[in-house]
Design a protein around this ligand. Structure first.
Ligand code: UDP
Length: 342
């Protein structure tokens, strides 16, 4: 199989490209390197120079994208801006990049006759579900509370309409939406890792404190309606997340009505609080990781935990890495080997 991986120089996309190469597939990564890293693409290329191609290209450049997509059997679409806070300050940039980029990609896929798509969606499309909807299943109402979540929900709508139109045009497509919860960890053998600039995520920040690169972690609020008064999230190991992509890709079949549309949450069903994550980072790194309590961060829901029931039932997926410590340990191993990131 030849897979087009958008955003393949970023954290999750590079892990997907790595898995596809490990499984013997051909991979074309397109990335504009705004958030991705050239070094990640270089590392991938070194692993399989004959089966890997990197195209530095913005998603809005439909012509180049269509050329890159020629000959691909499937697209995995990771490329997006993905900071909640930034999306509140720069909504137009988010809509242009995430929604505009997806529209351009669909146009390119149509031109290149690529008929299968796995789309990176997010639990942020659910907004702040009330307790009755937790753990969150796929039919929880989607009411995003920030521009990032709304941009991803708009992409879902655009992809559905594209699919309807392609069916009417007798050239049906197949798509899957995977709505991610909190993705963490790194490749077990340290070939690619997590490096965001700026870094805003909890586990990488704890690791930067452990490395002495930051003085302390700020816990965003200790006044939440949760058992230890800090926010709860569902952390899923990036390798488990990629397994979900591989499994759902095998089900995509545009030529059969039942193979055309899939929607799955990718979470473990287990929540961990900010304090629990901090304790895990302290255990794994052996560093004290000082923490101070700060204000709540705008847009943070108190508790987001995904139900893995549907993906378990329909795809046979379950998380292999179930403890925070295993996720933190793989992230820590990569960060120790790359203290400054890529
Ligand atoms: N968090 C925190 N301090 C930080 C970064 C994050 O307390 O410096 C909290 C944040 O409020 C949330 C959890 O850690 O409850 C996970 O945040 P992250 O940014 O990693 O992912 P998100 O849930 O926003 O996708």
């Amino acid at each position: 199989m030849h897979v087009l991986v958008t955003g393949g120089a970023g954290f999750i996309g590079s892990h997907a490209a790595l898995r596809l190469l490990d499984e013997g597939h051909r991979v074309t990564v397109v990335d504009n390197l705004v958030r991705g890293h050239r070094e990640a693409a270089t590392a991938l290329e070194r692993l399989a120079p004959d089966r890997f191609r990197f195209v530095e290209c913005d998603l809005l450049d439909t012509d180049r994208l269509a050329a890159a997509a020629q000959g691909c059997d499937l697209a995995m679409h990771f490329a997006a801006l993905a900071y909640v806070g930034e999306s509140v300050d720069e909504p137009l940039r988010y809509y242009r990049n995430n929604v505009g980029g997806t529209i351009s990609l669909l146009d390119a896929l149509t031109r290149a006759s690529v008929r299968r798509l796995v789309f990176s969606s997010t639990c942020a499309t659910y907004g702040e579900p009330s307790e009755e909807y937790i753990p969150i299943s796929e039919n929880c109402p989607q009411h995003p509370v920030n521009a990032y979540g709304r941009s991803k929900l708009m992409c879902e709508a655009v992809i559905r309409d594209w699919s309807l139109a392609r069916t009417r045009a007798s050239a049906p497509v197949a798509f899957a939406f995977l709505r991610y919860f909190n993705v963490a960890g790194s490749d077990a053998t340290g070939r690619v890792g997590e490096d965001h600039r700026p870094e805003t995520h909890l586990i990488p920040i704890c690791l930067e404190v452990a490395l002495g690169q930051r003085p302390s972690l700020t816990v965003f609020g200790e006044d939440w309606p949760t058992p230890d008064s800090t926010c709860i999230r569902d952390y899923v190991h990036v390798e488990d997340l990629i397994s979900a992509h591989v499994l759902v890709a095998q089900r995509l079949d545009p030529d059969r009505a039942e193979g055309r549309e899939f929607v799955f949450n990718v979470g473990t069903g287990r929540g961990a609080s900010v304090r629990e994550v901090l304790d895990s980072c302290r255990r794994v790194t052996g560093h004290a990781i000082p923490a101070i309590v700060g204000q709540r961060r705008a847009g943070d829901p108190p508790r987001l935990v995904g139900s893995p029931e549907k993906i378990r039932r329909e795809l046979g997926w379950s998380a292999k890495h179930v403890t925070l410590d295993t996720m933190v340990a793989s992230a820590w191993a990569w960060r120790q080997a790359h203290p400054k990131g890529w």
